[in-house]
Write a protein that binds this ligand. Structure first.
Ligand code: C2O
Ligand code: CU
Length: 462
């Protein structure tokens, strides 16, 4: 006897009813479930207890979701957390209603409820997913995972394809997640910086390789606020993509900076010898730490493979003339040592002290949080440029939803496609993109305490 799956059952029932086409609820009922719930994870070494976390399918990280370019991704979020939640598919040039921004593109999904995400994957590359409701708490508790879109053709030839989600956690002495998510000192400074770094939820992540193994490493910074500065030891190679988007030519890997939410795809050869160990090293104020280890056993091949070519490009529209582009300016203000006196909140002017009492310590153009009117109202297909001025004493990782952009250099040269860009204190960065995706899109700092503390605005494309 053949086993009848739920899907076949629905189809046969409908066929019996002589339905001409399958209504969409069939797809919704058979969508894989992405289950946001409590769980536990071994973040710390064996002498510590396991850590109680919140995770997709109860794990940290959540499942690696993989699909091919051009396919659809279908996932039904089932929320069994004690809080309302949502899923944002970070970096996907997605249809607006599937962007997962609670309060803008959908209502938050209440505990016990489900929400169906069903969207196209236009671009190959390394993406990720995370909540977009009380993100500063939900991500710090472990809710995130990788979304990998594979190239249809032209994928690089590698022995290993590893996804490395790099996170830092603030944990107590017994390895439990520290409370204090609303700590205004964190919010007004660098954000919630942790005291324990993991790769794929593991403080001692390691993967066995051979001499001259070639790997594709897909790095994602999933930390709330920490900026990672990374380097290889016994590993040599190239950066081939940033924020999912292929570079025109591979860049030799030196020191790599990843702001929160940024990704890098690397093609790496193990140059450490047999019996040695290669490392990915993170530089912190007090020195360098190996965050991922690659013990070398055996020899994959006698000589290194030749240098890789570029990944096949994704079809992001070319920028129109920049002189006539629609323009906006975004002045970033506030935070500790920023000298901001006050800002508008919900249509009311407030002094810094009153703002802080409301949990708001940052502002864009003199306004904390999203206003009723967008920063910019763009017409479909219009080229847009936004000058962002970091008038604060802190770095910020600015993220645009629904589009990838390029930095316009001071010399007029264009940077690589990105969805998140790191801005240092005092720096001005101008970005440009074609507003080709209709809807309301966030532009915010991805240091999650900063966005919750006011660094949030939006654009409209119609
Ligand atoms: Cu990674 Cu607004 O999000
Ligand atoms: Cu910030």
């Amino acid at each position: 006897m053949t086993r009848i799956t739920r899907r076949q059952f629905h189809i046969s029932v409908l066929a019996a009813a002589a339905a001409a086409t399958l209504p969409t609820f069939v797809r919704s009922e058979t969508a894989p479930i992405l289950h946001a719930r409590e769980g536990s994870a071994r973040l710390a070494p064996a002498e510590y207890p396991e850590t109680r976390i919140w995770g997709y399918d109860g794990t940290v990280p959540g499942p690696v979701l993989r699909a091919r370019q051009g396919e659809r991704m279908t996932q039904s979020l089932r929320n069994d957390l004690p809080q309302a939640s949502s899923v944002h598919w970070h970096g996907i040039r997605i249809e607006n209603s599937m962007d997962g921004v609670a309060g803008l593109t959908q209502p938050a999904v209440a505990p016990g409820e489900e929400f169906l995400y069903d969207f196209a994957l236009p671009d190959a590359g390394t993406y990720w997913y995370h909540p977009h409701n009380r993100t500063y708490e939900q991500m710090a508790r472990g809710l995130y995972g990788a979304l990998i879109v594979e190239e249809n053709e032209g994928a690089p030839d590698v022995d290993l394809d590893e996804v490395l989600l790099i996170d830092d956690w603030r944990v107590t002495d017994d390895a439990q997640i520290a409370e204090g998510f609303g700590n205004m000192h964190d919010w007004a400074h660098a954000g919630r910086i942790g005291n324990w770094i993991t790769v794929n939820g593991n403080g001692v992540w390691s993967s066995e390789v051979a001499h001259h193994t070639r790997m594709r490493l897909r790095l994602v910074n999933t930390a709330n606020a920490r900026i990672f500065t990374l380097e290889g030891r016994g590993l040599e190679g190239w950066v081939v993509a940033l924020d999912g988007m292929p570079l025109e030519a591979p860049q030799p890997l030196g020191e790599l900076t990843l702001a929160p939410a940024q990704r890098a795809d690397l093609i790496i050869d193990v140059v450490a010898g047999e019996g040695e160990e290669a490392f990915l090293v993170s530089f912190e104020r007090d020195g360098g730490y190996a965050i991922a280890a690659f013990p070398v056993t055996g020899v994959a091949r006698q000589a290194r493979l030749s240098a890789p070519g570029a990944l096949p490009p994704n079809h992001v529209p070319f920028l129109g003339p920049l002189e006539t582009a629609a323009r906006a300016e975004l002045r970033m203000e506030g935070g500790a040592m920023g000298g901001m006196r006050g800002a508008m909140i919900g249509g009311r002017m407030m002094g810094m002290r009153d703002m802080a009492a409301e949990g708001k310590v940052w502002a864009f153009n003199g306004m904390a949080d999203m206003g009723d009117t967008p920063l910019l109202d763009a017409r479909m297909g219009e080229t847009v440029r936004i000058a962002m001025i970091n008038d604060t004493a802190w770095p910020h990782g600015m993220h645009l939803h629904g589009h990838h952009f390029r930095q316009i250099g001071v010399d007029g040269r264009l940077g690589p496609l990105r969805d998140t860009i790191l801005m240092n204190r005092g720096e001005t960065v101008e970005i440009a993109f074609v507003a080709d995706n209709p809807g309301d899109w966030l532009l915010h700092c991805h240091m999650l305490e900063h966005s919750a503390g006011g660094m949030m605005t939006w654009l409209r494309v119609t």
